[in-house]
Design a protein around this ligand. Structure first.
Ligand code: THU
Length: 159
């Protein structure tokens, strides 16, 4: 038997250590939490994507009485961006979550299904997507969604 060890390096930044554009992206994600539709969980997530042309698009979670019919903030933002601007690559995504009257003190990390969609988007545009996961105590940052999805299944397997 042999072993494969996987390691992931995650940068933990304070807001003041982020670039100006990253601060704007995080602010857009935080502000998008206010427009989430979360009558069932009360867990408001906001996501904001930075396009190649510098534009910022945001989205939030949209819940449904038939629970699986709802959609996470990350996919809402990415699908809206790809539907509206199919030629614009996505360079970064910021995510923030508001729960029980405050932004979370643990970094909000994308669910498995969203990671898969972010991977597809990264591959589609051929540009690594920086992922900024906000918390009140620090922002987790990785340079590529692949850091959050080791041993991923992507389009290259179908060629
Ligand atoms: N949710 C997101 O929108 N993004 C995440 O990264 C984690 C979870 C949503 C789904 C659901 O509406 C609520 O948060 C609770 O799971």
């Amino acid at each position: 038997m042999r072993e494969i060890n996987l390691t992931t390096k995650i940068g933990v930044y304070l807001l003041e250590e982020c670039s100006e554009v990253e601060k704007k992206l995080i602010e857009a994600a935080k502000s998008a939490t206010k427009r989430a539709y979360v009558p069932y969980s009360g867990f408001s997530v906001g996501a904001a994507v930075l396009l190649g042309n510098g534009e910022i698009i945001s989205g939030n979670n949209q819940e449904n009485a038939a629970y699986p019919s709802g959609l996470c903030a990350e996919r809402t933002a990415v699908f809206f961006s790809n539907a509206s601007f199919p030629d614009q690559k996505i360079e970064a995504i910021a995510v923030a979550a508001w729960f029980k009257g405050q932004f979370t003190t643990d970094a909000i990390t994308p669910c498995g299904a969203c990671r898969q969609v972010l991977l597809e988007t990264e591959n589609r545009f051929g540009t690594p997507m920086r992922v900024l996961m906000y918390s009140e105590e620090g922002i987790y940052i990785v340079n590529s969604i692949k850091d959050l999805l080791p041993l991923s299944f992507g389009d290259e397997m179908l060629k």
